[in-house]
Write a protein that binds this ligand. Structure first.
Ligand code: AMP
Length: 296
């Protein structure tokens, strides 16, 4: 299916058609940007589209709820799929192409090949969602091979994911520049997420504990606290001050390797994963301790 709107917006479901259009653009010297998403677009996704428009000539947004990154007990079936609304948002945002294939277009048959980035993928999210990242890296590699973009845009909201994609591109010599864009938040601080719509009014209030726990870690570090276990305990205590919260992990990690840190360094990433009710939320914050020298 293709819909042409004033020759600048195309909505496409077939790989061959997408390849044809992108190839034409590439041959005329255009720089291609891709923004991979699972749809249910919000201002966070739109910020990636804006960044892509600023840095590339043709912006391809992919809307694909990727089954292989969900485990059987997760929300694949219920994941929101407001395709018409998403297409409208992409068009209004100025994207040029939206690729929203069926599952059968991306996975026509059982595949024998998986892209797996080891070590970093086994930590944090990998501990709780062991098959998730292989699904992510495999589908992103497939999308890269379908679109052949020059630049790809990801959110820092999914910190571990963008790190894995950067690593995959480096390790496999994929000729794509990966740019991580800042997390967009609601005015009260909650990171935007397609899953926020699952939250009841009460849970939405409670969910603020997630960004607050990250700010608490930052405050404690800036105030000179050096006992990381103490900081993580304080984060957990704050999070579990509501019965609705179940903590999967809190982490104070090295921003590149995600190794758990034991002592202060100039840049630390604080990461949190929790359930609020039955909704799983993740968030992170990079903490800069400018007074600490890097060889400490
Ligand atoms: P998703 O549709 O959840 O798979 O997200 C698609 C892309 O949007 C990923 O690169 C996410 O990291 C990014 N993203 C999701 N939420 C936000 C946000 N609040 N701010 C910035 N980027 C986001």
């Amino acid at each position: 299916m293709t819909s042409n709107n004033e020759d600048s917006f195309n909505s496409i479901t077939s790989i061959s058609e997408l390849r044809k259009i992108v190839q034409q653009a590439r041959l005329s010297g255009k720089k291609i940007g891709v923004v991979p998403t699972m749809g249910a677009l919000h201002a966070g996704h739109l910020s990636l589209i804006q960044e892509a428009l600023a840095r590339t000539d043709i912006v391809v947004v992919t809307l694909f709820v990727n089954p292989t990154q969900f485990s059987p007990d997760e929300d694949f079936g219920n994941y929101p799929r407001p395709v018409e609304e998403d297409l409208k948002k992409c068009k209004e945002a100025g994207a040029h192409l939206v690729f929203h294939p069926d599952v059968s277009e991306i996975y026509p048959e059982d595949a024998y090949t998986t892209v797996s980035v080891n070590t970093i993928s086994e930590k944090l999210e990998g501990q709780f969602r062991p098959t998730h990242f292989d699904g992510v890296t495999t589908v992103v590699m497939k999308l890269f091979n379908i679109v052949l973009p020059d630049v790809a845009f990801f959110g820092q909201k999914d910190y571990q994911q963008q790190l894995l994609i950067k690593r995959m591109v480096k390790d496999l010599n994929v000729p794509v520049e990966v740019i991580a864009c800042p997390t967009i938040r609601d005015p009260d601080g909650l990171a935007m997420s397609s899953r926020n719509q699952y939250l009841s009014k009460q849970e939405r209030e409670t969910a603020l504990l997630v960004p607050e726990s990250l700010k608490l870690a930052e405050k404690m570090l800036l105030d000179g606290e050096e006992d990381f276990d103490k900081i993580k305990d304080a984060m957990k205590k704050l999070l579990t001050s509501s019965d609705e919260v179940k903590v999967d992990y809190v982490s104070l990690a090295h921003p590149e390797t995600l190794e758990e840190l034991k002592q202060v360094q100039p840049e630390i990433v604080a990461l949190v994963a929790t359930y609020v009710g039955s909704t799983r939320l993740i968030d992170n914050r990079i903490i800069h301790l400018s007074s600490i020298s890097s060889n400490q």
